[in-house]
Design a protein around this ligand. Structure first.
Ligand code: AHR
Length: 503
């Protein structure tokens, strides 16, 4: 049996965990909006047309913030099309996904959905086909109290109170050749700078995120971040990262190392932000928004991305997640949490149907995909200060990663409730692991208040309508604490959550 040891001390803190790392994403794409969160006529639909089965699962999943309206869709979107009387809204071609967009759902419907789901909205402005002018008008529509053209337009649409949206993304994946009106780093850096400037003049209390590279593998990666931030460093708070994990070799060890790559990615982008700061001798630190991340590689064929004939809300990229994907999502969450000093927002892409933790049938059932579980547990239990961990564990090697730790872990201390939560991923493919966690300075007589394990003997096991709980966490009662040291046995290939409470 393997043994691993973690030591933490209450005084050795990485950072407070920003709860916005548990965000998700709703794009006008496939069946994420239509047939996902919104389906008037569905047996569970409420008066607003929101599926209440999806709302209930969303609340259980526990996102804190939800990004909207895209994604690639954003770069061709006219926000004005999606407000006002529904029967007067234009139907448009969505060039990003080859679909027909009815605009039956738009800004105000999304805000109402967010209020119902009790999540914060994260909005994005179109810097593809549009620019600072439309961005400032949208912001005025959303956040200005009244007495101006756009704020009064909102009021005339039945929304007397401003929406108060604080977090805004300046465009989406502007470096990507697939993007409607892609830009060079210089073009984008300048438009992001000017857009941020005028948006702050409309509302001084905003958090703004510039687009980083659309993936770490982009040929312009690094240079893009530097040049963009060199333009808009003073005007923005965040730079975005997008990361979609793949298991092309169908090799679990190799697949696991996407988590190491995510850690490199985060540290590299933080370093580039710091280099831009250093050039200016500035103490300001640009924070990171991982505003699209997930496993996505199976439903990635041309037929998954686009259907012929400009259909309305066709099924697109409906990835079916298996048990190994859930382990990857758990590992990615640990990595983001352990980088809590720089990752202050993140969005699991997307929420429902489209690479979603929630799956639905149009007109029918809704269920939890495998990746739902690590996200829901981390969002529920990871609160407070992220502690530095000193970890002793064995390693495994792959061609690209000679020294990868078998144990991945986070320890988070909630000073308000006294809870200490341990997230632990045993990446051994064969061996049980005896884990010991020494909890220094965290009080005598601590007790385990919750412990659970996500494990399945089949890495390819999935949840489905017929078997919605095939992959689901199981509570356990065999985790002990004695003399400030917690002991737990972790199965090979398992995601574990242990919560302790002070006496
Ligand atoms: O989430 C699906 C798509 O992936 C988004 O629209 C885009 O931003 C990314 O390439």
């Amino acid at each position: 049996m393997l043994t691993s040891r973690i030591v933490v001390d209450r005084d050795f803190v990485i950072s407070a965990l920003d709860r916005r790392v548990f965000g998700t994403f709703v794009e006008h794409m496939g069946r994420c909006v239509y047939g996902g969160i919104y389906e008037p006529g569905h047996p569970t639909a409420n008066k607003d047309g929101f599926r209440q089965d999806v709302l209930e699962l969303t609340r259980e999943l526990g996102p804190t913030i939800v990004r909207y309206p895209g994604g690639n869709f954003l770069s061709g979107y006219n926000w004005e099309d999606g407000v006002g009387p529904k029967d007067q809204r234009p139907t448009r071609l969505d060039l990003a996904w080859g679909s027909t967009e009815t605009n039956e759902f738009g800004t105000n419907e999304f805000i109402t959905w967010c209020r119902t789901a009790k999540v914060e909205p994260m909005f994005a402005v179109n810097l593809g086909t549009r620019g600072p002018d439309e961005a400032r008008h949208l912001l005025e529509y959303c956040n200005h109290p009244g007495g101006t053209h756009y704020s009064d337009l909102r009021r005339s649409h039945g929304y007397e109170q401003p929406h108060g949206i604080k977090f805004w993304c300046l465009g989406n994946e502007m470096d990507g050749p697939w993007q409607i009106c892609r830009k060079t780093a210089q073009e984008y850096g300048r438009i992001a700078q000017e857009t941020a400037k005028v948006m702050r003049w409309v509302d001084s209390d905003l958090q703004l995120a510039a687009c980083g590279s659309s993936q770490r593998a982009m040929p312009t990666y690094g240079a893009w971040e530097y040049e963009v931030l060199d333009h808009c460093f003073n005007e923005v708070d965040f730079i975005s990262l997008h990361a979609y994990f793949r298991n092309d070799k169908d090799d679990i060890k190799d697949y696991f190392t996407v988590i190491e790559d995510l850690d490199y990615f985060i540290k590299e982008v933080a370093a580039i932000g710091d280099a831009v700061a250093a050039k200016r001798r500035s103490p300001k630190r640009i924070m990171l928004s991982l505003d699209e991340w997930n496993v996505w590689y199976k439903a990635h064929t041309p037929a998954d991305l686009r259907k012929p004939g400009w259909p309305k809300a066709p099924p697109l990229i409906e990835e079916i997640y298996n048990f190994e994907d859930a382990l990857i999502v758990g590992g990615a969450l640990i990595t983001m949490i352990n980088n809590a000093d720089r990752v202050k927002a993140a969005c699991l892409a997307q929420l429902v149907n489209v690479i979603g933790p929630i799956m639905t049938e149009t007109g029918g059932a809704a269920w939890r995909q495998t990746i739902f579980h690590p996200f829901a547990q981390a969002s529920r239990y990871a609160r407070g200060q992220v502690l530095r961990t000193k970890v002793q564990t064995d390693t495994f090697s792959t061609k690209t990663h000679p020294d990868a730790a078998l144990l991945l872990s986070s320890v988070i201390h909630d000073e308000e409730t006294g809870a200490v939560t341990i997230l632990a991923l045993n990446r051994s493919t064969t061996d049980d692991m005896q884990l010991e966690v020494e909890l220094r300075g965290l009080g005598e007589g601590r007790k385990v208040s919750f412990a659970s394990e996500l494990h399945h003997t089949d890495l390819k096991a999935i949840n489905s309508k017929m078997a919605p709980n095939a992959v689901t966490p199981k509570d356990r009662t065999d985790v002990a604490i004695a003399n400030g040291v917690l002991s737990a046995r972790l199965k090979p290939l398992s995601w574990n959550v242990i919560v302790t409470q002070s006496a």
